[in-house]
Design a protein around this ligand. Sequence first.
Ligand code: NAD
Length: 557
Amino acid sequence: MTPPANPPGLSALGDVPCLSGTALLTNPLLNKGTAFTERERDALGLRGLLPPRVFTLEEQVERSLNAVRRKPDPLEKYIYLVNLQNRNETLFYRLVMDHIEEFVPIIYTPTVGQACLEYGAIFRRPRGLFISLRERGRIAEILRHWSTPNVRLIVVTDGERILGLGDLGATGMGIPVGKLSLYTACAGVHPGYCLPVTIDVGTDNPALHTGTAYIGLREKRLRGPEYDAFIEEFIAAVKTVFPRALLQWEDFGNTNAFRLLRRYQSQLPSFNDDIQGTAATALAGLLAALRLTRGKLQDQRVLFLGAGEAGTGIADLFVAAARSEGLSESEARRRCWFVDSKGLVMKNRGDRLAEHKEPYAHDHPFIPTLTEAVKALKPTALIGVSGTPATFTREVIEMMASFNERPVIFALSNPTSKAECTAEAAYTWSEGRAIFASGSPFPPVEFKGRRHVPGQGNNIYIFPGVGLGALACEAREVTDAMFLAAARTLASMVEEQDLAIGRVYPALTRIRDVSARIAAAVARMAHDEGLATLPRPADIEADIRSRMFDPVYREYV
Ligand code: NAD
């Protein structure tokens, strides 16, 4: 079997750096800082530019760990880590990977949310490409400004709906940067393949128009056909300049996210993590929860609070899973119910329902509130994706616990301050019976002598593995069947000891293993669906594992 060209685990940059001196020290992909050996210091013009002692990577990790732990708060830690990443990516990834549970909440949610809010103020050095309306007609040229020619993975946002925080315009850049860091740390996609992009079409956040530190265009957000034409130009440029790239849509507003996904899904390998990644993550949590309740997927009644990208994405994948277990499409859809900001989503509600909600508008009398909907529908699972905190009230949770032995309660809204309820509330008000998961991490809870460990339904379990799998086989498209395969694989990796403490996701320390298994399932599905463009290796999983990037220093001379 011919090995694929430029597999995801290999550097796009070749084995020997062509840089020397200060240029080498300021290239984060090649820089080793104080770990350059005596020979390298002589051969690469580094003498005098570094202090004399040579450190090992392990010693550097230790030193950085001490430094970051001395920082007084998460945002300061974030700033330290971003600076480290800009200086020395090998060291950054070694540090993050060796202490994944400690640093994921810093480089991603919840701290990244705060970092985006303060991005203008903490901005030191650009990372990623900013493509603004000023560059209309020149996007291909701008893409060619990127430092590495071999981009294989793009995460792009237009900043309209950053986490649960709303329109943050160009300061949304923290999200593509953070997501791509997770691709490398969690799934071993080489950082040299990754390109974060922020499309700046203005912002409708008035505070940013007047804020002195705001880094983006201070004008109203472009909408309508002109917006579509700008995105069309961007996609055409991506296909020309980086023809092998996989693209992830990230944190686009509701009105654009579904349309863009549908329009471009079959034009280039692409997916929307907020819709499809969230769906697979939540479905995996639900499948694992069913191992505790001993229920069947097709017997569940799921009530969602929030009918946006996350909620309807989860329901769509739930429907696909239930259909594969024998339900008809309409039977499967009737298992999913939605309450949005106007009340129960139902037929003839009187407002014009967005297209993505229509399949879940059932024939039912109107119900104005979540509490009444829970009372009337008696769901087996309650999934919060509304971005509105404290909506899973004591009454709601007590009611869920009154008709379910083990009520499934997922409060997925991010960041922590937006969660529909806290872990403590879910366990306490359900007398310790809730199977709880959240979007942002909550610490374990002691209730009546038992320790409950909340699962974090973090998309980090899914998107890095899906992306790696699609890259490894160079899939032409990323399909729902691949996400379903990813969800099933993730659920199967939750161990009995996780379930025993109520955790419906594997420990984050296993993330590389999880990503490798998911990548293999995705690549297998791509081959089965005829969408892989590379030959099928004899052992797909072994092939993928052998190609994952591992942050270690290579000898340059
Ligand atoms: P969205 O803006 O597309 O949708 C939000 C929905 O919530 C809308 O339908 C809105 O009408 C509804 N809503 C708002 N306030 C409400 C209220 N008080 N009562 C009922 N409904 C209300 O956003 P989204 O992409 O669907 O994300 C929603 C939340 O889910 C965010 O906080 C996001 O951080 C979180 N999320 C979590 C994960 C995860 O944990 N893995 C993944 C993606 C999104």
